[in-house]
Design a protein around this ligand. Structure first.
Ligand SMILES: Cc1cc2nc3c(=O)[nH]c(=O)nc-3n(C[C@H](O)[C@H](O)[C@H](O)COP(=O)(O)OP(=O)(O)OC[C@H]3O[C@@H](n4cnc5c(N)ncnc54)[C@H](O)[C@@H]3O)c2cc1C
Length: 446
């Protein structure tokens, strides 16, 4: 019999890919054993340094190594991107998901925005679920874990709040089960264009600058980084930028309203605290830096007040979001736009891809979302998903909520897969076929 190798051991643990990638020890091994000197360092795709030419910094022309070739490339592993990747993979195509941070969930997890709004419609005390499909499957899996969620289920009258670490874990598990090829710590910086066709993207990483080639691309970066790089028309936005945090050890007796102790989480004694923050350009590096620094100061000022109030002495800052709370920066100028006026007129969309729950400014009735809000006018093989889809100034405050992001992510992933298998551009995808595919994946289209 063949001897049981280290690779077999890792494979048995479900960590076979680690063995293949050359990772030298399993998690949990003692760290005091020191490093291992390898024969040669991996070459980094930096292409040599930039140079100064007459005082200007110039990057010399160079070839970029292609790390992957895939059918559907999803950029951004937030709510929309993860659901898009799952939808495409379940439709049977090869999917690569590229995420700039080391975890999934984006604002929902790294941003500590924990309450999932607009999954339901509430009329006369009744609570009707609108968001089904992959998004709801994800919520159910999160809720099935200990301290995974509160207020989930048919009897709940409130919106579901989830734990960020459970959510990250469930997302990663679902992606791995679906066979999605994942690249983490990979920040997409540019598009690879061939006329109106996007052939792939460039990303920066510890391995240097690398490329992924793809047949179809889903931009789920939230900020439209990819469609902007590809030259698609977009709308810039100034919006409030907040920094969310969690508090630990909060006694139930403490007055949560006057001290602004935020909202409940699935973990006893832990609350998450939203922050409105100042208006700003979320694509400006100086603004983002200022908001991170000012936001952190504001949090600590407030926590000091809590700790100085009777009963709040033992409250502590559990964590501050590692992703700044960017609400809106850039939205797609799409083939269609979601408009408040249309919702008021009860407009029906033949290309509906999902129905979201109600919200403050659209009460008592669901919100149908048309496919056209994902589709750019000018770029042939690109779709937007999540908070950067096409919507007017009011409705972008709806499309950016977590539940609608699940819906647009689901549709973008399914449409991208369909575009690959039928070898057409997303704008030529047969909408009834797409709608059938979404229904098969348990989406609710009305
Ligand atoms: C302060 C605040 C409070 C909110 N409150 C609520 C609330 O109570 N309930 C609610 O439902 N919604 C709320 N929202 C809105 C909601 O949280 C987000 O709009 C939603 O989670 C966005 O999901 P997304 O997938 O579109 O984008 P994101 O969550 O932003 O995900 C984008 C992902 O792409 C990655 N990425 C970005 N750029 C690149 C790149 N160039 N290369 C590679 N990866 C990239 C990011 O790291 C991230 O993982 C709030 C938002 C904010 C900011």
């Amino acid at each position: 019999m063949r001897p049981y190798s280290r690779r077999d051991f890792l494979t048995a643990l479900g960590w076979g890919t680690l063995a293949a990638s050359g990772v030298q020890s399993v998690w949990g091994a003692p760290i005091h054993e020191g490093s291992q000197i390898v024969e040669a360092g991996k070459s980094i795709s930096r292409g040599g340094p930039a140079i100064l030419e007459n005082g200007a910094v110039v990057q010399p022309r160079r070839e970029i190594p292609v790390l992957r070739e895939t059918d559907v490339l999803v950029v951004g592993g937030g709510t929309a991107g993860v659901v898009a990747a799952l939808a495409a993979a379940r439709a049977g195509v090869r999917v690569t998901l590229v995420e700039r941070y080391g975890c999934f969930g984006g604002l929902w997890t790294a941003g500590l925005v924990l309450i999932v709004l607009s999954t339901h419609v509430r009329v006369g005390g009744k609570h009707q679920k609108m968001v089904h499909g992959i998004g709801d499957e994800m919520l159910a899996r999160i809720a099935a874990m200990r301290h995974g969620a509160v207020n989930y289920g048919p009897d709940s009258k409130q919106d579901t709040t989830t734990d960020p670490e459970v959510t990250k874990y469930v997302m990663a598990s679902m992606l791995r089960e679906a066979g999605v090829d994942i690249l983490l710590n990979a920040w997409v910086t540019n598009a690879v264009m061939d006329g109106n066709v996007i052939r792939g993207v460039l990303f920066e990483s510890k391995s240097g600058c690398l490329a992924v080639k793809a047949k179809q691309v889903v931009d789920a970066t939230g900020d439209g980084d990819v469609f902007d790089a590809a030259g698609a028309e977009s709308v810039p936005h100034i919006h409030r930028i907040g920094l969310v945090h969690r508090l630990g050890n909060v006694p139930p007796t403490l007055d949560s309203k006057s001290l602004n102790l935020g909202s409940v989480t699935p973990v006893p004694g832990v609350r998450w605290v939203n922050m409105q923050g100042p208006q700003g350009d979320c694509l400006d590096i100086e603004t983002l830096t200022q908001c991170e620094l000012d936001g952190r100061e504001a949090i600590w000022r407030r926590v000091k007040e809590i700790q100085e109030s009777a009963g709040g002495e033992q409250v502590f800052v559990l964590d501050v979001a590692s992703q700044l709370g960017v609400r809106a920066s850039r939205t797609l100028a799409g083939m269609e736009e979601l408009r408040l006026e249309d919702w008021k007129q009860e407009k029906q969309y033949p290309d509906v891809i999902g129905i979201g729950g109600d919200y403050e400014f659209i009460p008592g009735r669901g919100c149908p979302i048309p496919y056209g809000v994902l589709v750019p006018n000018s770029i042939d093989n690109l779709l937007a998903a999540g908070r950067c889809v096409a919507a007017d100034n009011t409705m972008l405050n709806y499309t950016r909520l977590i539940a609608p992001c699940m819906l647009t992510g689901h549709a973008a992933g399914a449409a991208a897969a369909l575009a690959v298998t039928s070898n057409v551009a997303p704008r030529e995808v047969e909408v009834p076929v797409l709608q059938d595919m979404l229904r098969q994946q348990k989406a609710y289209l009305g």
